[in-house]
Design a binder for this molecule. Structure first.
Ligand code: DGJ
Length: 733
């Protein structure tokens, strides 16, 4: 006994965990360098939030104004008619919960402070642990909740939020991101008035309709000024973000799972974890809020990246579709290497036995090489890639099946299907696509084995594009019992994470792309396991300026797959010069997506040069630098943005003309001025231009200016025509 007590205290001392008993009242401060969330905890009382926002100098003063406090994590049953954080129907049918504080612990490591609060229902053995993980330097707090059912029968969770905040401002402006397939991440900002605004999604697999992220400005904000809360839920399924403004103009933010169609039945003695909610606060506008999230993601969240950044991909999808043979692919590999790309990715259409994948309505589920199309299998491609000094990657979509597949014939019970109903697959791609039941551990093993078998047979595979094209139109699992059918929404996503976790652990060297029809899994849940996403199936440069603008408000550019594709564009029909196509793709994770055999010699030469500049100059800036948005495509006829390295010694400035701007270049009147950002005012910088076509884009190219000058005066921009664009390289001398 004495020995175990000694070991306990030794452990606590060694790992810096401070466990605080609930004897008296506590002021609990969750702080980063600039952000503070302050809570008031008192034994057997409801946990209160005292303040959230800019870090306080003397937080103890909050204890003199306890009357201003608000419930920090209110459960339905606490008597207040507000947006609740939690609702549980207990085993005996009681729908009310009253959570009271028990104890808390604080664990400190260098840049990280983990505060864990233990709450319990005042009567029922329902235990709620709220976690706050504060990343000091990045000004980010991650928060999540763990729910333990200590009752002797199952309880029903009818609401579970990951993060709950009380806020106070004179005015609120909500920025959120919406879209559809091929037109993702539109940015919209609206003022919130009295009432509750809900942004949600009810999907199981993927959705482009609303992204689980937002920015909330307390009063008006711009890119550079104003107070902004930015948040994102790390979850690839059904979510709900509620913003309630009450009649006193007080605000509540509640972000978590959407339980509208998915109340969760939690068995006795079992625990349910909420997804993580990632939160930052900026006093310097939306730009800083984005940079905080990006830095946190790159340093603490995304899978470890190759030191020089993510490789340049050549993907054959838009070039060939499923219409290829061995010779076509071998030739593309030669061209991919010649252009300077670093990985060739073989897309959809390589598999199927009884049913061959030459069309999109069959064979998903049958992950064996189509020997009619590729008699020698994948080996010749891997060998050719090796000879050419590039890597090989492959596309799979293991969560999906077509009803015309050997898989569907053999395992009908492994497919999600509404009981007693015909499948509604007709709504989805190929009209026959269905989803496998990832709530079922056996199906998880199958999905794992799809990638595992490939990586075992071909250990050279260095990149996997993991697609997921169908959203659920049918709901029903033969694995889950009748009373647990609604658990599918949460169990499916956790099943997907389990599979990805196993694969990442077994194959740490492989790069994973969460494709999901483009943008369908652009969330920090999928990005816990995947290095990057496919930003959109819309590769049109003009459209991508908007799509990437919205995506990169929350997610860093390193995760945004951005490919140079053919013109006219296959999605929009837009005809775009190769320069604009290159300039837009180079502001993300660069790739190429076309049939190189269809390129002109001049296009090839230009893309080759662009790829070489990306490798040598731009990749470190775009993939690891800080993003500064200057001119918004939503406000101006042109867009401009910069990436600056940590030392502020190098920067890249991208400009895109989106509407003809009738400027009088000869007199200099009305010419756009590009005022830079993020530079060191005391340093001197030379301006150069990359991807130059015909004439230079500014009279300032080749000249040297101070950072102070470039940020206050700026440089003149002389391009005015639709789809003209420029990349400037700014380097310290
Ligand atoms: C949807 C993806 O977004 C595309 O890039 C491509 O991989 C197709 N699926 C293939 O079916």
């Amino acid at each position: 006994m004495i020995k175990s007590l000694f070991l306990f205290f030794l452990f606590v001392w060694m790992f810096g965990i401070q466990v605080v008993k609930a004897q008296k009242e506590h002021l609990i401060a969750v702080e980063t360098e600039n952000l503070g969330l302050y809570l008031h905890a008192e034994a057997q009382k409801e946990l209160k939030q005292l303040y959230f926002g800019k870090k306080l100098r003397e937080s103890t003063q909050l204890l003199q104004a306890l009357e201003l406090s608000e419930p920090a994590y209110p459960a339905f049953g606490n008597g207040l008619d507000v947006e609740q954080a939690l609702q549980v129907v207990h085993a005996d049918g009681n729908p009310t919960t009253r959570l009271v504080y028990q104890s808390h612990s604080v664990e400190k490591t260098e840049n990280l402070i983990h505060t864990k609060l233990e709450l319990k229902d005042e009567f029922y053995p329902l235990f709620v642990s709220i976690h706050y993980q504060a990343y000091s330097k990045e000004d980010v707090i991650e928060t999540w909740v763990e729910l333990k059912n200590g009752e002797n029968a199952a309880i029903r969770i009818s609401k579970l939020t990951s993060g709950y905040l009380n806020i106070q401002a004179a005015q609120y402006f909500l920025t959120h991101f919406y879209g559809s397939w091929s037109w993702e991440m539109n940015v919209v900002e609206e003022q919130l008035l009295e009432g509750t605004k809900v942004i949600d999604q009810k999907q199981i697999t993927r959705s482009q309709r609303d992204n689980p992220a937002f920015m909330l400005s307390l009063g008006k904000s711009t890119e550079k000024a104003g107070e902004v809360i930015a948040g994102a839920l790390a979850w690839s399924g059904s979510f709900r973000m509620a913003f309630q403004i009450d009649n006193y103009n007080k605000g509540i933010i509640a972000v978590g799972l959407n339980t509208i169609s998915s109340e969760y039945l939690l068995d006795a003695q079992k625990t349910l974890l909420s997804p993580k909610f990632i939160l930052t606060f900026s006093s310097h506008g939306k730009g800083e809020a984005s940079r905080n999230l990006h830095r946190w993601a790159r340093r603490h969240h995304l899978p470890p990246m190759p030191p020089k950044g993510l490789p340049i991909v050549l993907n054959n999808w838009e070039g060939t579709g499923m219409d290829f043979d061995e010779a076509t692919i071998l030739r593309i590999i030669d061209d991919a290497a010649d252009l300077g790309t670093e990985i060739f990715v073989l897309d959809d259409g390589w598999f199927g036995r009884k049913y061959q994948r030459n069309k999109d309505d069959l064979a998903l589920g049958d992950w064996m090489v189509n020997k009619t199309k590729l008699p020698k299998g994948l080996k010749p491609f891997i060998t050719r890639c090796k000879q050419k000094g590039i890597k090989f990657g492959i596309w799979i979509e293991p969560e999906m099946v077509n009803s015309k597949s050997e898989f569907a014939e053999q395992h009908p019970d492994w497919i999600i299907r509404s009981k007693n109903r015909e499948p509604l697959a007709a709504i989805g791609r190929g009209a026959t696509q269905q989803i496998v039941d990832l709530a079922n551990p056996k199906v998880q093993d199958f999905v794992f084995s799809v990638a595992d078998n490939l990586l075992t047979a071909y250990p050279e595979i260095a990149y996997i594009k993991w697609d997921c094209n169908h959203y659920a139109t049918d709901f029903g699992s033969t694995y889950l019992t009748g009373d647990r059918q609604q658990n599918l929404w949460i169990d499916y996503v956790n099943g997907y994470y389990k599979v990805m976790g196993r694969l990442r652990e077994k194959y740490p060297h492989v790069i994973w792309q969460a494709c999901s029809s483009g943008g369908g899994r652009l969330d920090y849940g999928a990005l816990d396991y995947s290095h990057e996403v496919w930003t959109s199936d819309n590769t049109d440069a003009w459209s991508r300026v908007f799509i990437q603008w919205g995506s990169n408000m929350i997610y860093p550019a390193i995760v945004s797959g951005a490919h140079i594709s053919a013109s006219p564009n296959q999605a929009t029909g837009n005809v775009t010069p190769i320069k604009m196509r290159m300039d837009v793709a180079m502001s993300g994770r660069l790739g190429v997506e076309l049939q190189p055999a269809h390129m002109t010699t001049e296009e090839k030469a230009r893309v080759k040069q662009a790829i070489s500049d990306y490798k040598n100059i731009l990749r470190p800036l775009v993939q690891f630098g800080d993003l500064y948005r200057m001119d918004s495509p939503y406000e101006k006829p042109y867009a401009s943005l910069m990436y600056v390295d940590e030392q502020k010694s190098k920067a890249a400035l991208f400009v895109y003309v989106l509407t003809y701007t009738p400027n009088d270049v000869s007199t200099g009147r009305n010419v756009p001025i590009l005022r830079m950002e993020g530079l060191d005012p005391l340093k001197k910088y030379r301006i150069e231009e990359l991807n130059v076509s015909e004439k230079l884009s500014s009279p300032s190219v080749g000249k040297v200016f101070s950072g102070d000058y470039l940020m206050k005066v700026g440089i003149q921009y002389s391009k005015t025509k639709l789809n003209e664009s420029s990349i400037f390289y700014i380097s310290e001398i």
